[in-house]
Design a protein around this ligand. Structure first.
Ligand SMILES: O=C(O)[C@H](O)[C@@H](O)[C@H](O)[C@H](O)COP(=O)(O)O
Length: 238
């Protein structure tokens, strides 16, 4: 059967709070469904600043968090004591209340460079049940998602649908510090795949990304164009 790419579905909300509530309700339902059928659930989420409200709402979900494994779609190569750490942000905004019981799989390890940790990280992800039940992506105004940055050294490998590597190291002019990112096949395999963006600027970038053009210019296109059975859900609020 030929791979198909259904058109993304754009869900617009009047406020960021309403978006956070709706996204958290949807994700909690998917996690609860996975726990009911398989006994456990996996969730991959983004760092940055946008997800904080959504995390606050999701942390209140009354699901059996002990059976949820949470990971990040990407991480900056900094320890959790850094303000730039996505793991630290996740602990502050999501892994609390009932969600403190979730099992968190960090992407940062105490090693000088991401390359030093790739083998260990790869093994960690090989053991994780796949596909993810839900993966929630963000997007930068430069069209990056996860750490698929324009001009990243390992962009081709990170967005290669044929790669076996679950995690790759990334360095890019717009990325700040070195990073690690989950690779495209792992993300787009998720049962529920969402792109969470806020503000007019990101909506315009998203609309441009839907048009013809190079994936290397706006790497979020790699996600928009990936074969899936269920459409990508885009959550937007002004
Ligand atoms: O580590 C990161 O930076 C992220 O995981 C990244 O992919 C993020 O989703 C976008 O950069 C959007 O970031 P904001 O939400 O801060 O705009």
């Amino acid at each position: 059967m030929d791979a198909i790419t259904p058109a993304p579905v754009l869900h617009r909300y009047q406020t960021r709070e309403a978006l956070a509530e709706a996204l958290a309700t949807g994700v909690a339902a998917v996690l609860a469904g996975a726990i009911a059928t398989r006994g456990s659930a996996t969730l991959a989420v983004s760092g940055g600043s946008t997800p904080k409200r959504f995390f606050e709402r999701l942390a209140e979900a009354e699901i059996d968090w002990r059976n949820v494994r949470v990971t990040l779609v990407d991480e900056r190569w900094v320890p959790e004591t850094s303000e730039r750490s996505n793991a630290a942000m996740l602990r502050r905004h999501l892994l609390k209340n009932g969600a403190a019981e979730a099992r968190f799989l960090p992407l940062y390890m105490d090693a000088p460079t991401p390359e030093d940790a790739l083998t260990d990280l790869g093994e960690r992800f090989q053991r994780l049940a796949r596909p993810f039940d839900a993966a929630i992506l963000g997007m930068g105004a430069d069209g990056h998602t996860a750490s698929f940055f324009p001009d990243a050294d390992n962009l081709a490998k990170a967005i290669d649908m044929a790669t076996d590597a679950p995690v790759v190291a990334i360095r890019a002019p717009g990325a700040g510090e070195p990073r690690v990112t989950l690779t495209l096949p792992l993300l787009v395999d998720a049962h529920l795949l969402a792109l969470h963006i806020e503000g007019e600027e990101k909506l315009a970038v998203y609309e441009t990304a839907l048009k013809d053009g190079a994936t290397t210019d706006l790497p979020v296109r790699a996600v928009l164009r990936a074969p899936r059975t269920e459409p990508l859900n885009v959550f937007w609020a002004p």
